[in-house]
Design a protein around this ligand. Structure first.
Ligand SMILES: [Fe+2]
Length: 294
């Protein structure tokens, strides 16, 4: 169920200066499977699809593109029209990577590239041990977070689920379907903070902690139960500098006209159980890479 041109979240593409380690983390910690390898691109997925994440071997670390799936071919054309009308730069008139039927990529506000696609290929996942069920959302920190939210609503039909801080002073959580948020926008320094993966049950979150411990590493934060979204989540830092979230129990919104929940300044929206946040948690993240320089 969705009301607008975007029906679901699409694959995230990240450039990494430690390709082998990033791919290994995605497989051994997060529990994704590598569906395809094409030269310096690793395609990874949890759900029964061609890919939900790709790592691109590079000399830099950065977010290459943020994927969104259009509802159908007409929706794809409508977005293409809006993007042209808004004057955003198109960097690819075709899908930038394998596994989708059609699509294009443009550079949105603050240099973040958005890859809009349709027809993400289906691929049956073999039975596996622990791994998430699917990719769920990304959380980024634009410098002009109000401007980014305007763009996401105006061009891509996202709706605001929660407002963070009085008048949105700290950010917004937005949805394109029933899931409480597909995109979280928090005021920051112009970086992607994390991509997030849904697990079946909160007990799966403990396995991430055990896996990190076995590797001599630590979780960044959690498990916590967020206020905005009500999800229980934990986080770890991936080698590219990107944060990865696993979560369960996210609020689902079946009323398309639900009024946004407003968290006034000073209200603890990030955790229902206590107000603790580790020092430096929000300072991690990846700046966008410029697709045009390839
Ligand atoms: Fe998140």
């Amino acid at each position: 169920m969705s009301w607008g041109v975007i029906s679901e979240m699409g694959p995230v593409a990240i450039r990494t200066s430690d390709f082998a380690q990033s791919v290994q983390d995605a497989q051994q910690i997060l529990g994704l499977r590598e569906t395809h390898r094409d030269g310096g691109v690793s395609y990874l997925a949890a759900a029964d699809v061609h890919h939900e994440l790709s790592y691109i071997e590079s000399d830099i670390d950065g977010v290459e593109s943020l994927g969104l799936i259009a509802g159908n071919g007409d929706a794809l054309k409508e977005i293409r029209k809006r993007v042209e009308h808004e004057g955003f730069r198109i960097v690819s008139e075709k899908p930038a990577r394998d596994g989708v039927e059609d699509g294009f990529t443009f550079v949105g506000p603050e240099g973040f590239a958005f890859e809009i696609s349709i027809g993400l290929g289906r691929e049956k996942a073999p039975a596996k041990g622990f791994g998430p069920q699917r990719y769920g959302h990304f959380n980024f920190h634009p410098q002009d977070h109000h401007g980014m939210v305007d763009f996401l609503q105006r061009v891509l039909d996202f709706r605001v689920s929660d407002v963070i801080g009085t008048g949105g002073s700290a950010g917004y959580f937005l949805r394109c379907n029933t899931e409480h948020h597909g995109i979280a926008v928090l005021k920051g320094r112009g970086t992607l903070h994390h991509h997030a993966w849904q697990v079946q049950d909160v007990t799966d979150l403990t396995k991430i902690g055990d896996r990190m411990h076995a590797l001599g590493r630590e979780l960044l934060w959690g498990p916590v139960r967020h206020g905005a979204g009500n999800n229980i989540a934990c986080y770890y830092l991936e080698h590219s500098g990107n944060v990865v979230e696993l979560y369960a129990d996210m609020e689902q919104i079946y009323n398309d006209d639900r009024e946004p929940v407003v968290w006034e300044d000073g209200e603890v929206w990030w955790n229902q159980w206590n107000s603790y946040v580790p020092d430096g948690f929000r300072s991690h993240g990846l700046a966008p890479t410029d697709l045009a320089r390839r």
